[in-house]
Design a protein around this ligand. Sequence first.
Ligand code: P1T
Length: 377
Amino acid sequence: MGFSTTAIHAGNEPDTATGAVSVPIYQTSTYAQESLGKHKGFEYARTQNPTRSALERNIAALENAKFGYAFASGMSAIDAVLKLVKSGDHVILGDNTYGGTYRLFAKILVNYGVEFDLVDTSDVNLVEAAFRPNSKMVFVETPTNPVMSVTDLAAISKLAHANGAKVVCDNTFMSPYFQRPIEHGVDIVVHSTTKYLNGHSDSVGGFVALNDEQDAEWIKFVQNSVGAILSPFDSFLVLRGTKTLAIRMEAHDRNGRIVANFLAEHPKVQKVYYPGLSGHPQHELASRQQSGFGGMVSFETGGLDNAKTVLENVKLCTLGESLGGVETLISHPATMTHASVPEETRSKLGITDGLIRISVGIEDVEDIIADLDQALG
Ligand code: P1T
């Protein structure tokens, strides 16, 4: 089946009780049981909810995974995956991830004895050199937030497996429409469904997709034991969102390429970070690994004052955190999404005070360009 057919039908079977074509919002905390131990497979809504399980079937199918679990946020999904490692284990963490992911390792997991090293995973040799006898996981984003660095998922997976480690890929920026990490050998995919999967900036959620049965049992156990579940209403919203994922991603990609090219030629822009540009260091890899480049574009303005001028003068683009919605959002990673990353690390990565990130929406692209042009001017 094609991607859009799966997006529209997987998990979206007509409701068995009523025939409702749209999966109903099962807004209930518990379920009546016929007698002791006799029920319809639903006991308590932290453990099972039909709206959530419809979404879980849906996104698992889109990622070409056997199992999927929906969480209350991207961070709680990532936290659940990190419960696969134990005190004394070592994780190779991509040196540029969403600031909240870095913060989870640096401020919380270290208190539980989880060791980690930040590694530029776009360089396979650096990853190879980072393995230790206790390395159990490699955690990457590709392309990264916000400098859009691309990691070779097949090469990293081969290397990790040879060293007895699992690979986790945060696929939020691409969505399964443009990139399916499991098909490249990755073990576990995580998402902030807050972004492209929901697509309308009106829900916070997260997702874990995987094939290994034992790990899936553990993630399900963590989901129920910790309880950071996605609500029935949010499950409904994301399920509604994924039906149009393909056409939205096509539009984000079309507009993203046009905006990136416009910025690349603008005299006030010093550098553009977008894997779709031929000058991007991993352009060739991105062209192979992804079926599109998407709508995330970052650019360097040369300093805080320049960045401030742009951010305070845009009218159509909305200054705000988050990404992946239909509307164009613009942000300042150094003080917003990546404020928890130490300044030294930020400047090494290129997350300077002059860096601006745009989540290019699906408005008419000439309006986005006109807005950026007047703000840059
Ligand atoms: O916000 P939440 O749903 O918990 O997702 C966290 C998260 C995980 N992974 C990636 C790649 C992300 O970008 C995010 C959240 N990012 C933003 C809020 C942002 O503006 O970058």
